[in-house]
Design a binder for this molecule. Structure first.
Ligand code: SF4
Length: 417
């Protein structure tokens, strides 16, 4: 058994016991702990009093905060906001192409134009056929994101979005990141405000959180030099928020960045959120090292992944939700993350994304039925809620009985006379 797994099992035993005492009580116990340093106690008191922590305190949490301490703080915030509620949605992905004009060093997904034979480029009709495949399925969202190629331009995407909305008006279109928007608006010689308005008019309803990577130029210039800068990424989300749109934000962590770069990343997001309030969810993305130009960089441990979720929950006091992509981090770690600030584990996916599997994620064909997702959440004592993209409740699964649930089998026992 791996050391990570052993530690987590031991920690879960502790968690189960301590959760019976209640999240607030745990925090009070922590504050009385004579062995806890004064600076960490000060941060715990801030969390209890709903005070914002500073940049330096964010770095301190990364440097000194142990898993149990961070989990106690993050779970207190999570349960205060959401109780045991854990959200997921029913969605499918369309990835227009895995060819890309950019060459991000961490990317396991894209193939350069010279590797065309290894790639796919869907036409408008092919993408529309994927949408039609789900006509009889109770999905609420289509998530569209992929590589960047010249033929996927403003007219292409506005037509795609309006065709989807015309065909199925209730299907929420969540599509493209500032990486694509910056590229296509520049090509069309239109500013961000005009471009985002055109997208909204065509049917775009939300922007996913991708393309953020690490904002700080010391790291961004090394791993994603050519695509949109941090300021451009933030400016596109700001324009979208000004139009009343909602969006998400990610952070690719666990490679060559230092803790101060992670905190800087979250600080920039927290500042924009103070201004616009348009972000819904923060999604830490674990760097995976399969088949990319950074394969020599080791991946973060599960312990570090859980610490990172917890610190994000503590630092981003103005974000409603922290999400873990189960397809990226494995089902077990997703379950564990629910004790470290996470309240959302994404969607059913239906094996429609290659982004995680190509990067080396454990899930090579990611897809779960609603029932499986619900069971995954219930197994760790949380309360499953199917949401739409904007977190309206679609179904509360706490006491829900699945119609197709298999009946228990009883076998006759031998009778001994
Ligand atoms: S991360 Fe995105 S922008 Fe960068 S190479 Fe991969 S697909 Fe292209």
């Amino acid at each position: 058994m791996r050391l990570d797994t052993l530690l987590i099992e031991a920690f879960c035993y502790f968690c189960k016991k301590s959760f019976l005492m209640g999240a607030e009580n745990n925090l009070q116990v922590l504050l009385q702990d004579p062995d806890l340093s004064a600076d960490l106690k000060h941060i715990a008191a801030k969390v209890l009093n709903h005070e914002r922590i500073t940049f330096d305190e964010g770095v301190l949490l990364y440097e000194k905060g142990e898993l149990g301490y961070l989990g106690t703080l993050a779970n207190y915030i999570r349960e205060e906001r959401h109780g045991d509620k854990t959200y997921f949605n029913r969605n499918f992905h369309i990835e227009p192409t895995n060819l890309c004009v950019y060459d991000c060093k961490f990317c396991s997904y894209s193939r350069l134009l010279k590797q065309k034979e290894e790639g796919w480029e869907y036409t408008m009709d092919e993408m529309f056929d994927i949408v039609k495949k789900y006509d009889d399925e109770p999905v609420t969202e289509v998530h569209i994101v992929g590589g960047v190629l010249p033929q996927y331009d403003v007219p292409f995407y506005t037509e795609l979005f309006s065709r989807i909305k015309k065909h199925r008006p209730e299907l929420h279109v969540k599509a493209l990141t500032p990486v694509e928007y910056h590229y296509i608006f520049k090509k069309a010689k239109i500013d961000y405000a005009t471009g985002m308005k055109m997208m909204m008019d065509a049917g775009l309803e939300s922007i996913p959180g991708g393309g953020a990577e690490i904002f700080h130029p010391e790291i961004r210039d090394q791993i994603a030099k050519d695509k949109c800068t941090a300021d451009q990424w933030l400016a596109i989300h700001e324009e979208w928020h000004k139009l009343g749109g909602r969006s998400n934000a990610t952070m690719l962590y666990g490679h060559i960045e230092a803790y101060k770069h992670r905190v800087d990343h979250m600080e920039r997001l927290r500042e924009l959120q103070d201004k616009t309030g348009g972000f819904q969810t923060f999604i830490p993305l674990k760097f995976r090292n399969k088949d990319n130009q950074m394969s020599n960089v080791p991946e973060s441990t599960v312990i570090e992944d859980l610490r990172n979720y917890a610190i994000a929950r503590i630092y981003l006091d103005n974000f409603d939700h922290i999400k873990a992509y189960w397809a990226m981090i494995s089902r077990t770690t997703a379950q564990l993350s629910l004790n470290f600030g996470v309240d959302d584990i994404d969607g059913t996916l239906d094996d429609t994304t290659k982004i995680y599997s190509m990067a080396g994620a454990e899930e090579q064909n990611p897809g779960m039925s609603t029932k499986q997702l619900v069971e995954l959440i219930k197994q760790v004592g949380r309360h499953p809620i199917e949401r739409d993209t904007l977190y309206n409740v679609i179904t509360d699964y706490n006491d829900y009985q699945f119609a197709e649930e298999p009946k228990p089998q009883y076998y006759k026992l031998p009778v001994i006379n």
